[in-house]
Structures are given as C-alpha cells and as structure tokens.
Write a protein that binds this ligand. Structure first.
Ligand code: PA5
Length: 426
C-alpha cells in the first residue's frame, strides 16, 4: 500500500510536531499488544490471535458442506459492514455476472419488507437441501432489534422447509450475552467476540472471519495483511506509520474548516469498503457538538458525473482521500466501431482510462487548492484489504486521542435503540 499526502495542506514540520505529541500514545499501543483483550484498543491484537482462528476453523469445518451455496449473514453496522466490504471487493461486485460461482453471501441488515419477502421466496424456489445454506446471526450485544427480528424471520421461513435447520445456524455474539445463553440452551453453535472489541473494530474477529472463511476467502492472508500493518502503525517514524500520518492530516484539515472527509474510490468494487470506513469514522469521532468529521464515499469515475461539479466548484470544506488499486483485467480498446469520437482511447485498457481520469481529477483538485491524500492498494486481495482495514482502525485510535474523544463507544446510537424498544413494547 502506498500513502501520499503532499497536497494535504499540512506541512512536514506540522506533521512531525503533531506526531511527536502522539508518541506517548504510540507507546501505550505497543503495551496493548502485550495485554490480550484487556484494553479498549485490543482489536489490534486480533490478527495475531491463533486461538480465535482455531475456534473459527473448528466451526467452519463443522458447518462446511460440499454443496454450500449461500451464507446468510444477519447483522447490522459493525456486525456486517466489514464482512460485506471484503466480500464485495472480491466477489460481490461481480456476483450478478457470475450466477454459478458459489458460495455466495447474502447480507440481511435492516428490516426491509421487500428484501425479506423476496428472500423467503428465494429459499422456497432455490434452496433444495439444508446443507446448501448456513445462517450466521451476528450481534455483539445480542439485543439489536433489527438483527434479532431478521433472525426470527429467516429461521422461521427456513424451518417451514427444513425442520432441523437450526443445525445450520451459527450465532456470533459476546460471551455471556442473552443471545449467547439462548444459543447454549438450544444447542446452537456459537462464536464469541472479545468483550473489549467493539462492533466497528470487529471485522478481524469471529464476526468477519467465520462468514468469510465459509465463503472461501483466505482469512489467513486477510489477517497477515493486518499483522504487517499493525506493526507499521506502531512506528514512531511518520513515513512508515500511515495511521498516524493520516490521522494528523484529517485532524489538521478539520481544524482548518475541512470538516468533510470524502473517500473517493476509483475501484467501484471497493464501495462497501468505503461504507465500512464511513461507519468507523462517523461513529468513532462524531461525539460532541464541536467534534465530528463527516465521512462520505464517492465512486470514480461515476460520481464525477454526479457530484463532481460540487466537489470542484462548491464550498471548500472537504479533505479528499483518493483510493485506488491497479487492476489490469479487461481488453484493450480497438476503437473500430466508433472511431474519432474520443481521441486517445485506442489500444488503452480500462485501467489506463481509470488512471488517466484519476490523474486528471488530481490535477483539477490541485488547481483549486483542494486538499487531498492518496492511498494506492497494490492489488485488491485479502491481504491488501486486511492491511487497509487495520490502518484505518488504528487511524481512528490516533484521531480519538487528538480530538480527545472516546473512539470506541456510541452513546447516541444507544439512544435510538432504547427508544425503539420502548415504542415496540407499548
Ligand atoms: O459499531 C458498533 O458498535 C455498532 O455499529 C454496532 O455494530 C451495531 O449497532 C450493531 O450492534 P450489535 O452488534 O450489538 O447488534
């Protein structure tokens, strides 16, 4: 992964000074690496947790079947966004073009009547054996309305067809939660989440690892990418520590009035990764009237034809992160059908065109003095996505320190959850 920030409106000297102010926290993070799951930051130890990997591996071995076709992932927010990010980056974006590629993940997050009734019809029409599916219901608290309601609906529907389908259910939740206890009582397989690992920091725990392993992804490579990144992000060398550098840039730009962080992604298959980050930044830092970077996700080049004018001509209140990865797939353009309409495309690949557009956009941003940083993933793979996610989760920890907020809680999300429960209980 390459990280560049020369157009970020923060000087080298400011970067260094801010970094030095965070070295005591870097030291604290190094200590966290020795403490298992005792600290709020302990998600940084997940990539190295062999025991967890073995536990997930055992349930995968138990539930894997030769004919597995669908992994129904029921969860919301931190309980599904990370898994969806990895899945969409590697398979999901092209699923519609690969109808015969199995297993597929089907994500059930909000209580959409349309989606749920279509899913029921789909089960009846397309699932012939219980071994073709596995359902993974994920809720850290074990009490999120949407997730519990969706689990009830999905399982009740499946039970109509397969009376013993609870054998195909795996619950992922905090050890000892009500959901955990219910799983124990009913003999349903369950995977724990370390208590101090919050939802949006949990993709590298059983939350993400189980469904991704069931879907055939290389979770060892995912964790490997995160391991290397964790070590870099503990460095006091700002040239190596991208989490520290990026956090300083976001913080400094926020103070200069760039209160929106647009993540402008030039590989559309990474849109869900952008949305995973949107939750991470929004929920971790948006904590006070005067503290909160608003994260947005834009897709290149699609959104240049939608909000490009606003970005290039509108208020200067955004710091942009351009995210791209080289992808040499696709044929060269022969330009025989419509010659002369667009000069310069003959012999070019889709990657050449995307690169040219991204370069053009960066020049246009530079011409208007719009601040930006750049992340280039070498490729789109389990390893590069694991590295990106670890980088961003550690960026959040440094940002929390700089803004003096707790990046691990979400008190106001809890407000809506308890209000909803009151209404449902009237
Ligand atoms: O990041 C978070 O903590 C939240 O977004 C939660 O993941 C989300 O609210 C779902 O909660 P739970 O996993 O308890 O069902």
């Amino acid at each position: 992964m390459k990280f560049k920030y020369d157009k970020s409106s923060v000087s080298e000297e400011e970067m260094q000074k801010a970094a030095e102010g965070l070295f005591s926290y870097t030291q604290q993070l190094k200590e966290v690496t020795q403490n298992g799951y005792d600290d709020d930051e302990s998600s940084i130890n997940l990539p190295f947790d062999k025991e967890m990997l073995d536990r997930v591996g055992a349930v995968v071995a138990d539930k894997m079947t030769p004919g597995l076709k669908y992994i129904i992932v029921i969860g919301i927010g931190g309980s599904n966004l990370g898994t969806k990010a990895v899945y969409d980056a590697l398979h999901g974006y092209t699923d519609i073009l690969n109808p015969d590629r199995y297993p597929k993940c089907i994500f059930v997050d909000t209580n959409s009547p349309t989606f749920l009734s279509s899913l029921s019809a789909f089960f009846h029409a397309h699932v012939q054996q219980p071994e073709e599916i596995v359902v993974n219901a994920i809720s850290k608290s074990g009490s999120t309305t949407e997730t519990i309601a969706n689990t009830e609906i999905v399982m009740a529907e499946l039970e109509k067809k397969f009376p013993m389908v609870s054998d195909r259910l795996v619950i992922t939740t905090d050890f000892g939660s009500k959901m955990w206890k219910a799983a124990e009582e009913k003999g349903i397989a369950a995977l724990p989440i370390p208590e101090k690992v919050g939802g949006r920091y949990s993709v590298l725990s059983s939350v993400g690892l189980f469904p991704l392993a069931m879907a055939g992804f290389n979770i060892t490579a995912l964790l490997g990418g995160a391991q290397n990144m964790r070590d870099s992000c503990l460095s006091e060398d700002i040239g190596k520590n991208t989490a520290l550098a990026s956090a300083i840039i976001l913080h400094s730009n926020y103070k200069q009035g760039y209160v929106i962080n647009d993540n402008f992604i030039f590989n559309p298959e990474l849109e869900s990764l952008g949305k995973w980050y949107r939750q991470l930044l929004g929920e971790s830092i948006g904590k006070r009237d005067d503290v909160g970077i608003t994260p947005t996700v834009s897709i290149g080049s699609t959104d240049l034809h939608s909000v490009g004018q606003l970005y290039l001509g509108g208020p200067k209140n955004k710091i942009t992160t351009f995210i791209s990865a080289k992808n040499e797939k696709g044929n060269k353009i022969s330009n025989k059908l419509l010659p002369g309409l667009v000069d310069g495309i003959e012999g070019k690949t889709p990657n050449d065109i995307m690169s040219a557009i991204l370069e053009g956009v960066k020049y246009a941003y530079g011409n208007r003095d719009l601040p930006f940083m750049e992340i280039e993933l070498g490729d789109i793979s389990e390893s590069s996505i694991g590295a990106f996610m670890q980088f961003k989760m550690m960026e959040m920890m440094y940002l929390g320190k700089m803004f003096d907020v707790n990046p691990f809680d979400q008190p106001n999300v809890e407000d809506y959850k308890s209000e909803t429960k009151k209404i449902l209980n009237k």
